[in-house]
Ligand binder design. Sequence first.
Ligand code: SF4
Length: 453
Amino acid sequence: MDIRKIVLIQPGRDGRVLGKATALPYTLMRLASLVPEEIAVEIWDENLGALENRILTELGPNDVVGISAKTLAIETTEKFTGLAHQAGVQYVAVGGAHATLMPEHVSRWADVVFTGEAYFTWPAFIQDVFHDTVQSHYDDTEWADLGGIAPLTDRVIAQVDEQRNYWTPLLEITRGCPRSCTFCTAIRVSGQVMRFRPVEEVVEEIERRKIDRFFLTDDNFGLAFRINPGYVEELFRALAKLPLRSWTTQAEMMVSQFPDLLDMARRAHLDKFFIGFESVNPNNRSELGGKSKGQTDDYLRAISEIHEHGLGVVGLFVYGFDNDTPATMWETWEFAKAAGLDSMSQTILTPYPGTPFRQQLLEEDRLIPNIPWRLYDTAHVTYYPKRMTVEEFTREYDKICRTVYSPLRIAKRGTRSLARISRFSFSALPRKIFSSFSTDYGYRREFSWRHTS
Ligand code: SF4
C-alpha cells in the first residue's frame, strides 16, 4: 500500500496549563524521527486539542496511525482506533506501556500491536505496509544499546515546537533499572539492564533542541552513580559547559554516598533528585526491590547529605502496601517535614498489568471489579487494601493531599529551597525561582485534575 501520511497520536490525560501541555510527546518524537523523510509524518497530541473530529475528517484509507498509550489512556486509545477505522484507516498500530504489558487486551481491537521499544520494529512495520506484508504483532524486547537509536530529526523538532506548546522538555540519558520493585512497570517496559546514551549524542540533542532545562525520562538515573560512575563523570563534565538553567531526574537515595559526583552534579546544573523512598513503613521492605528499606533514619541521613551539596530532594512515596494503614500517610508527612524535603509526590499503589503486585491481587481476589482503566492513574484506589477499607484509604489520601499541597505549605517549601540554594550561589537564585515552586504546584494541580476529570 502507498502511504499518504503517518499520524502518531498521543491520547491526552493531563490537561493544559496556560495553553501549554505539560509533557512533551518524547517517545512519539523519537518514533516520528524514524519515518523516512519521503513520507509525511505528523504528531497529534490530544492535550493540545480534541482529536475526534480531526480523526474523522483528516484521515483516510492511505494513512497509517500509530498510538502510544499508558494503561490509563487505553480506553481513549480504543475509541480513537474505532474512529480511525470509521475514517477508512486500514492500519492502526498501538504500542507503549499498556500494549507491552497486556498485548492480548490491545489485540482485540487494534490492527497491529507493538510490544517493547519499537525502535527496530517500527521501521520494519513501515516497510511491511509498503509491501502488504503487515503482521499483527511486532515485538522489540532485545533492549538494544542506546547509541544512535532514533535521534530526533529537525523536521520533528520544528513540527512539535516544544518551546511554544509544552511546559516540560523531556530528555533520555539512560534507560532500564536492575531493581525489582513488585509494583514497577518501567522495568517490564524498558528492561532490567541499565543502558546509556553516548554523552556526545545527549549534548548534541540538547543543543539542537535549544533547551535550557529538562526532566529526564530515565527510570532510575541515580543508579548510574554506582553502576557506571565513569560515564556519569563524563556526562556531568559535558553538561557543566552548557548554558543550562536546571534539570531534574529520578534517583535513589544511594546517590548520597557519592559526594564527589554530587558536587559535579551541582556544577552540571542538576537542580534536584526525585528519590523513590516509597515507604516509611519498614514492614514493606520486601516490596521495595532493594533500594529502600523503610528505615527513616537512613532516609534522613541521605537527604541531609544531598542538601549539603546544594541539591534538592523531592521524595516519592507510595501508599497502600499490605502493611499500610491510614496512619502511614500521616507518618510520611511528619517524616517529610522533619527531613525538609523540597517537595513530595504521594501516589496510591496501583496494580498495573504484568506486575507481581497485580498477580498477587488476582490470586487473592482483591481487584475491585469493573474499575475503568482510566482510574489506573495512581490517584484512585483500584483494589481492596489489607489493613484499611477502600473508603478509609480514599478519604485519608484526599485529606493528606490537601494538607501537603496547600498554598501555604507550597510557599514554605519553595522559600526554604531558595534559601538553601542561596547558600551555594546567590547569582543562581533568579534562575531557580520557577523550579523551587513548580514541582509542588504540579503535584497540586495533578491531584485536583485527576479527581475532577
Ligand atoms: S527502582 Fe524504580 S525503576 Fe527500578 S524497579 Fe524500582 S520502581 Fe522500578
